[in-house]
Design a protein around this ligand. Sequence first.
Ligand SMILES: [Cu+2]
Length: 278
Amino acid sequence: MNFRHILAASALASVIAAPGMALAAGSSEASLDLVQPLSDYKIYVAEKTAELVKDTQGLVEAVKAGDVDKAKSLFAPTRTSYEAIEPIAELFADLDGSIDARADDYEKGEKDPTFTGFHRIEYGLWKENSTDGIKDYADRLMADVQDLNDRINKLTFPPEAVVGGAAALMEEVAATKISGEEDRYSRTDLWDFEANFQGAEKIFDLLKPLIAKDDPDFVKKVDGNFSTAGETLAKYKTDNGGFESYEKLTDADRAVLSTKVNTLAEDLSTLRGKLGLD
Ligand SMILES: [Cu+2]
């Protein structure tokens, strides 16, 4: 990193901390172009975390009321706002662990008392078919989600995490969604898929104006892959706006998604370099 780069980065950080602040006239640093997309992204994330808090409240209420069916119906839609902003949520590793870890991360798996969060609740609802053992986990999830919301509101978004986030989301899909690892008890994986795609596409759309001029073919290719992935997922949409079980996904469609996800991950991983953040 050279000195000019450091200056630009710190100027950028202070501008992002105060989104309303006007840019100094004549500032033509490449990375200052990121100010607008970053502040737009911050708004997007704030909306998603507010939604997450509200939806989690509903899920927690259903669990505490002992309403298994209602809690099941709220599980997948509640998660989507978390999945869409995972590049930012993951900056808080402690919370990401307690909110979204899988049983495999714990020595005693599902029976491990430190296994908490969405997937512990998912296990209770689908495998134990009961809310009895998960009421405390519901309270904990609510507290963690509030904490996440507070921390995100105070966060100065690191440009590399945002720009790199588009690829990170596609890598998340490649690593934990295609395999069906993430929502193994409920088979609601396709909801997460869509949210991950939307989160990645949001970042790409915000950055697009910065790359479209120099690299129109790249933009076209990425847009094309996003839309093929979207069309493939759309085949599994249900009438109530949700998704069919992951088991319904055909091998052919799984292959299409897998190819698109890997290509997108690869292409989007070049964004940081294209925008001078490497
Ligand atoms: Cu996740």
